[in-house]
Design a protein around this ligand. Sequence first.
Ligand code: ACO
Length: 329
Amino acid sequence: MKRPTAYLAGIGKYAPTRILKNADFAAMGIDTTDEWIVQRTGIRERHIADATETNTSMSERAARIAMERAGVQAGEIDVIVLGTASPDRLLPATAVELQAALGAKRAAAFDVMAACSSFLYGLIVAEGLMQSGAAETCLVVGTEKLSSIVDWKDRSTCVLFGDGAGAAILKRSRGGRGILSTFFRSDGTLAELLWRPGGGAALPFDEQVLQDRSFYIKMEGREVFRHAVRSMTEATDRALDGAKLTGADIDLLIPHQANMRIIEATAKHAAIPMEKVFVNVDRYGNTSSASVAIALEEAQASGRITDGMNVLLVAFGAGFTWASLVIRF
Ligand code: ACO
């Protein structure tokens, strides 16, 4: 196990105030039931941004909380790494809009796009920059306004997702706390199982894209499910190996919050009892890049993470991408 370079000095989150419950879909003309959604996914409700809220505004609120908790001013941030699958614009990166909103004048800011693994990828990239000496203080954000990119006419996807943002300040570690191990992988041969085919440079936005609704998320749910379980179990094994720990040493598992059945399969594989697994998918749905960040903030704010605990983060998303970290708090 390596000596940690970076630790999470402050974590913040923001969730829009509007809540959409499973029962509300009927009034929107969507043919689904609370029972189907709860049984298949564990989701009961999700937060939905209003027209004025953006990834920039949501992540600014999350970041300011993280900065306050870390005792960090905007001018001290060297790098902003922002993960999102629903950027505010195709150009420029949402990270630079966040930089401007925060007034983080000397920060380099860029987006990472690893879908639901983005926040974990962001932590890994930021830790690497700190190891290289390129940065001392980093802001890592996961944010999504998925309500703008889901097809509200496709019941197989629109019931799954929610909006929100989470943020963490990374500072140089002193003592034994911080990131103990990291693991990340991707497999682009499976991109078409979960993607937005149209609207980018390969298939620019035009009448056809509009007609096919191909600028919205398309997902082969069953196939994604299979790969999610396989990849998240691999990722938990690899992060534990890297930290020279076993499931028994983990005080809290914080998995990507996409589906209760995937969470249970991941925990079972790592021999981590469900009492040691943080779950909020019932209240947020799948917030993709923001999911683990929001869960991390809730776990810490509710006292489920205390000093000295070993916390395992694991995620899987479109790409496919998957990633994991063990962090000692
Ligand atoms: N309400 C009611 N019925 C529905 C709904 C709905 N919202 N959506 C689909 N159905 C129907 C289908 O039409 C199908 O009907 P049929 O049998 O008559 O054809 C039936 O339910 C079964 O559909 P499946 O898609 O096979 O259902 P499944 O049991 O696989 O559950 C689900 C779907 C929940 C999407 C599941 O496959 C899943 O969770 N997949 C993983 C998704 C995921 O975790 N993504 C996260 C990683 S990536 C990321 O987060 C961006």
